[in-house]
Write a protein that binds this ligand. Structure first.
Ligand code: COA
Length: 156
């Protein structure tokens, strides 16, 4: 049983994240979507709200678990018997930060590999902040997030 952890802030989850999850499931038997509790990003949604939105958004996808974590990601990965960390690489601009994180995580636990997956090109410009900004200014985000996430964003 090969398990991977897909960590992030997910404030909120977007179609780009879901694209990565589906790709990861082609390689791994199980993917744990792990919401970071310690995020310094001052999130719009609480961890509970983010988990609820993720659960609804991926309810038709099998072999997934949704959880939150605090502390070191590699410790969480070890605790859940994950052999890999999944990260999405959207553009060259992601690379430096991701490379640094991957090498630090390897230094902290060399048994856990980081696997980078490229989302569909239609999601390469997407991130959660830009979606929050577009919806707050009245723009249509239907192509970028699942329906339930769109509704929660509008409420906020
Ligand atoms: N599609 C759309 N958007 C995507 C995406 C995709 N495929 N992949 C990433 N993004 C967006 C995210 O929405 C996020 O947008 P935002 O900045 O507007 O919030 C941004 O790209 C990148 O963030 P995310 O993927 O959520 O990761 P993160 O950088 O917030 O998370 C952690 C980083 C949580 C994985 C990292 O801080 C961590 O591991 N923390 C635990 C502590 C630890 O172990 N630290 C040592 C690490 S070396």
């Amino acid at each position: 049983m090969k398990t991977a952890v897909y960590p992030g802030t997910f404030d909120p989850i977007t179609n780009g994240h879901i694209d990565i999850i589906e790709r990861a499931l082609k390689i791994f038997d199980k993917v744990i979507i792990a919401v970071s509790v310690d995020s310094t990003k001052n999130p719009l949604f609480t961890v509970e709200e983010r988990i609820k939105m993720i659960s609804e958004a991926v309810k038709d996808i099998q072999r997934i678990e949704i959880d939150s974590f605090s502390g070191l990601l590699v410790d969480y990965a070890k605790k859940t018997n994950a052999i890999a960390i999944i990260r999405g690489l959207r553009a060259v601009s992601d690379f430096e930060y991701e490379f640094q994180m991957a090498l630090m995580n390897r230094r902290l636990n060399e048994k856990i590999e980081t696997v980078f997956l490229m989302p569909n090109e239609k999601f390469t410009y997407l991130n959660s902040s830009i979606v929050r900004e577009v919806v707050s200014l009245g723009g249509d985000i239907s192509d970028f997030v699942p329906e339930n996430v769109k509704n929660e964003l509008k409420k906020k």
